[in-house]
Design a protein around this ligand. Sequence first.
Ligand code: SF4
Ligand code: SF4
Length: 140
Amino acid sequence: MDELIPEDEPCEQCGLCCRMFGPNITPTVPNVYVWMEQGRTDILRCFIACMEKSGPINCADLKPEDLGNVVSVEMRNPDTGDYVAVCPFLRRVTKERYLCGIHLVKPDMCCTYQPWIWGETYFNRCRGLGKINQSGKWQL
Ligand code: SF4
Ligand code: SF4
């Protein structure tokens, strides 16, 4: 979802994709590095890094030299370490409109999520995809 929507942007900011898939997003190591550089502990603490040579580490405790051993990054509740039911960065701004609270530095996976583009992640409940289908303009 984008905060600033260009006129031809199909996303209607309904938030459904974030509500359904948000807890399973897997940021890249470069995403984590950017958050480290920017001191975004508020974001880092919501993820754990699964390491090649040790057990999982909360991303807020990672050092830049650890990044080469990161196998994957997963979202967790920073207080309990449990899986989360909803992405903690999702913000409801009206009854039917949601925004991403970390839009400018959100994970690559969220930036490239465009169900209305042929060959990209298919999500038939996406309103943006529905809009494109109705107009007969499936984006290639
Ligand atoms: S489901 Fe589609 S329209 Fe709704 S927020 Fe996600 S991308 Fe946008
Ligand atoms: S980080 Fe932002 S765009 Fe990604 S799932 Fe969470 S609320 Fe949605």
